[in-house]
Design a protein around this ligand. Structure first.
Ligand SMILES: [Zn+2]
Length: 165
């Protein structure tokens, strides 16, 4: 059976979801079923509201003596959980890369209920000379989806599990 909140497949003996902590409940009638669905939505919202400060590491470069040199690392906040719970939230900043590498990784920092957490995405850099943005969304499965591109043309990077419990 799958967790009613995040869809994680539960083993037979599991009554609590190992990913989101939702305790599985068994009901016998339709009226209770509706109440459980509503309760699951409230459970999701409570988790989303505890997720704050999705922030990525970026590197600023400066042009010095004929070449680009790394200036400083910057933390760029994208949004809180509630901002990206239903639709993609795009970074205000645009990014570019000045090398031929097609893939890299992106470190994301966030807080869950006040605790600092981090995760990493493998990222395929957009094949474009233009600047691009990073978008985040919390999927129906409560995993974090990252997108790269522009608001008109983008691709999903992948799902990253969040540290929820
Ligand atoms: Zn779950």
């Amino acid at each position: 059976m799958a967790c009613i909140v995040c869809g994680t497949e539960l083993k037979d003996e599991e009554i609590e979801c190992p990913y989101c902590g939702r305790v599985d409940v068994v009901v016998l009638d339709e009226a209770s079923k509706a109440a459980v669905t509503k309760d699951a939505a409230a459970y999701r919202k409570a988790i989303v509201d505890k997720l704050k400060n999705f922030t990525i590491d970026a590197y600023a470069y400066k042009y010095d003596a004929g070449q680009f040199i790394e200036d400083k690392k910057r933390s760029i906040k994208i949004c809180d959980g509630k901002d990206c719970a239903r639709s993609i939230k795009w970074s205000k900043e645009s990014f570019a890369q000045y090398h031929e590498k097609k893939n890299g990784s992106l470190t994301i920092h966030y807080e869950m209920d006040g605790q600092k957490k981090r995760g990493a995405f493998g990222i395929a850099f957009p094949d474009t000379g233009d600047f691009w943005k990073i978008g985040l969304k919390i999927g129906n499965n409560l995993r974090l989806q990252a997108y790269v591109g522009t608001e008109d043309k983008y691709s999903i990077v992948n799902d990253v599990p969040l540290s929820l419990i």
